[in-house]
Design a protein around this ligand. Structure first.
Ligand SMILES: NC(=O)c1ccc[n+]([C@@H]2O[C@H](COP(=O)([O-])OP(=O)(O)OC[C@H]3O[C@@H](n4cnc5c(N)ncnc54)[C@H](OP(=O)(O)O)[C@@H]3O)[C@@H](O)[C@H]2O)c1
Length: 332
């Protein structure tokens, strides 16, 4: 067995698409676990759009930027292969922020054991960030009621597809917005959304009017982009807008100005942003809410698997082009 492993460091900050020259692949010696430490062999890394934000120099975000020259930040799942830690033994499966690397040495801080005998893809696609985000945003921020109409952007993505299915299971009328006919078809015919709209097609205003003849009560915003204004115009009185992501603006030089505020007063709208790191203390509660829906077979997911550490760079770009079909995961 080779005694070295690969890691990828961030060495420059993006100003547009994510390119290979922003990163450096390095070969390192596999460390040995010291007192109170254990060594994890990572098997699957999660790719998330938020990582594009972590690469930016912005120090006013909810989490500090990744320092240049250090391993790119990401979460993942792996197996303990060596341990001098009383709570973690060899063979345990663990998740946590392990970064773009094949091995990870830790004292256990921020690392959680995975007891459920589920495939790594299911854990990362449903029970990790996507499921926690969908559950927190929909239930604790959006406070949905049966019979209401919800629209979800980025609906065929990891978070959006779970939001729509949870809302459907709660008895809401669910409309998805996605960027291809294939995704729109999957939402309606596989996931059971009531309607879905391809935001790259024409007559969006008319399509929205047909999908939501009685207006929109909840708007789960994952993307931004021009359709945001049209959805905003169809909000009902006392509507709630849950601002989860704005991927259309993550690498744009000029972020969109967004809708005018007067309707917020006239329609008494609530608009609330949230980020999951504020809510990690609620993970058991959120999983307690999400798991029964999964057990009842109400939640489908699809994972998009890339192979090998170096595929991560192209993977991040797939979020921007919409090439990812489901949760992006890098299998190591
Ligand atoms: N607040 C939080 O704590 C939190 C946690 C997790 C995720 N998020 C956010 O939630 C959103 C979804 O994340 P995810 O992990 O589920 O990713 P995802 O939806 O699986 O992937 C991103 C998708 O965004 C769409 N997209 C890209 N550029 C777009 C544009 N200009 N206009 C409209 N859509 C565009 C693409 O789908 P199409 O083919 O449909 O265009 C792409 O597949 C992201 O904005 C992410 O940052 C927030």
């Amino acid at each position: 067995m080779s005694n070295t492993y690969k890691a990828i460091n961030l060495v420059a900050r993006p100003t547009g698409p994510i390119t290979n020259d922003l990163f450096e692949v390095v070969q390192k010696e596999i460390p040995t676990a010291g007192e109170g430490q254990f060594l994890v062999k990572q098997s699957h890394m999660s790719l998330d759009p938020a990582m594009i934000g972590w690469m930016s120099p912005d120090t006013e975000s909810y989490i500090p930027p990744v320092e240049l020259g250090s391993v790119m930040r990401s979460s993942g799942i792996g197996e303990v292969v060596e341990s001098n830690h009383s709570d973690f033994k060899v063979g345990d499966r663990v998740t946590g922020m392990m970064g773009w690397q094949e091995y990870f040495l830790t004292d256990g801080e921020g690392i959680n054991k995975v007891d459920a005998p589920l495939p790594a893809e299911t854990i990362l696609s449903v029970f990790a960030l996507p499921g926690l985000t969908a559950t927190q945003g929909l239930f604790n921020v959006g406070k949905p009621k049966a019979g209401e109409t919800i629209i979800v952007t980025g609906a065929a993505g990891s978070v959006g597809s779970l939001v729509g299915q949870l809302a459907k299971a709660e008895g809401l009328n669910v409309i998805g917005v996605a960027g291809s006919d294939e995704k729109v078809d999957w939402l309606v015919n596989e996931l059971g959304f009531d309607a879905a709209i391809n935001y790259k097609s024409d007559n969006l205003e008319q399509q929205l009017a047909e999908a939501a003849p009685n207006g929109i009560d909840l708007f789960f915003e994952n993307t931004g982009g021009p359709i945001q204004n049209l959805i905003f115009e169809r909000m009902n009185a006392h509507g709630r807008i849950i601002v989860c992501g704005m991927i259309a603006d993550y690498v744009s030089a000029e972020p969109s100005p967004g809708p005018n505020w007067i309707p917020i007063i006239k329609k008494r709208l609530s608009i609330q942003g949230f980020t999951m790191p504020d809510h990690f203390d609620k993970v058991p509660e959120l999983l307690g809410k999400l798991t029964p829906y999964v057990m009842q077979g109400k939640i489908k997911h699809r994972s998009h698997i890339l192979k090998g550490l170096e595929s991560s760079v192209a993977g991040l770009n797939m979020f921007l082009t919409g090439e990812n079909k489901g949760k992006l995961i890098v299998e190591l």
